[in-house]
Design a protein around this ligand. Structure first.
Ligand code: X2X
Length: 342
């Protein structure tokens, strides 16, 4: 190397380092460098689910706007383990981010399941008013007490419907004794027991094979998941109950998050929250458009009247029991956005 080119090389290196460490003079050079912050983000959904599609867009935007300083590495499809495993990993810092359903997260943060109270929300207007409003803030404050940071905007999982390989569910009587897979969460188990079904907690990554081998005959999930998780291959009937709404909190390990300088925190949060809002629209569209597609895969749909289900829960003392567990303050925040649970 000649003296001249050597000096130029060293100068370039110096500039690139400056960009990488934050003085930010040469973002284009910095892009060629290894990212300063590599953040591992895991989730349990198929790569084709809107959540992963939008997360990838957010990762690209974050990389670009941070001049290559932040790389969000996505590990979809339960690659990092079951929901339970991933929750431990994000707490220990083995992974930096996780999207997890509030109702599952409740094994650690009990109040995060409150949005999953059966038949609480009428529609998405009520859901987002609550989750972007005081109910969501209340839940995020509880999450912040266990070493996790929840991004402001929850992502949509969706209104959940029942699928079964044995029969359509038309009324509460059809649930009696039904062997149904539910996610690992006390609220879910309690609700399906109150409806006289026979629920088993199974992590999502094991749900498909549990249905295939007939360990269970039924499950419940939003249409986007019934499709991307290929449940139609092992389930014949889909009953549109919309019995629970749940979303995904984008959770960060508080120590990893704290290591990001404020300017980078702003960039990451901005793109993740924007992606969440875009993903909500995707899932809402799929929640109607997928019916045709799932029918073409051989699923048979029915739409039961939900009042008898709600009445059964009421009669079994489900709402009273959970009101006591959550306490009056949290319950009042829920009822601020939903109809009252008499
Ligand atoms: O486990 C499920 O069913 C799923 C994917 O919907 C949740 O994460 C709650």
């Amino acid at each position: 190397m000649s003296l001249y080119s050597r000096r130029t090389f060293l100068q370039t290196l110096g500039a690139a380092t400056a960009a990488v460490t934050g003085t930010g003079v040469l973002p284009s050079l910095a892009r060629a460098q290894t990212a300063q912050f590599k953040l591992k983000y895991a989730n349990n959904l198929a790569l084709s689910h809107p959540l992963n599609v939008r997360a990838k867009e957010a990762a690209d935007a974050i990389k670009k706007e941070s001049g290559g300083r932040v790389e969000l590495q996505i590990f979809p499809n339960g690659q990092m383990g079951t929901d339970t495993d991933m929750l431990s990993q994000v707490r220990s810092g083995a992974i930096d981010f996780l999207t997890q359903g509030g109702v599952v997260l409740s094994t650690l943060v009990p109040v995060s399941a409150i949005n999953g109270i059966g038949f609480a929300f009428k529609d998405y207007n009520q859901v987002w008013a609550a989750m972007d409003g005081e109910l969501g803030s209340h839940i995020r404050a509880a999450i912040s007490k266990v070493g996790l940071v929840a991004m402001e905007k929850p992502w949509d999982n969706g209104f959940r419907h029942l699928t079964s390989s044995v029969k359509p569910v038309q009324s509460p009587a059809d649930l009696k004794g039904l062997k149904i897979r539910v996610p690992v969460s006390p609220l879910w188990t309690s609700m399906f027991k109150a409806l006289d079904a026979s629920p088993t907690s199974i992590n999502f990554s094991e749900a498909y094979s549990a249905l295939q081998t007939k360990v269970v005959d039924a499950e419940e999930n939003p249409l986007a998941l019934i499709e991307t998780g290929r449940f139609y291959e092992v389930q014949k009937f889909c009953s549109l109950t919309g019995h629970i709404w749940d979303g995904f909190w984008f959770l960060g390990n508080a120590r990893s998050w704290g290591k990001l300088p404020p300017d980078l925190q702003t960039i990451v949060a901005k793109h993740l929250n924007a992606a969440a809002v875009a993903e909500r629209a995707d899932v809402a569209a799929l929640s109607t458009s997928l019916i045709d597609k799932l029918q073409s895969h051989g699923m048979a749909f029915n739409k039961p009247d939900i009042q008898p289900f709600r009445a059964s829960l009421q009669k079994a003392g489900f709402y009273d029991q959970w009101r006591k567990k959550y306490g009056d303050e949290a319950w009042a925040l829920l009822e601020k956005y939903t109809q009252k649970f008499a």
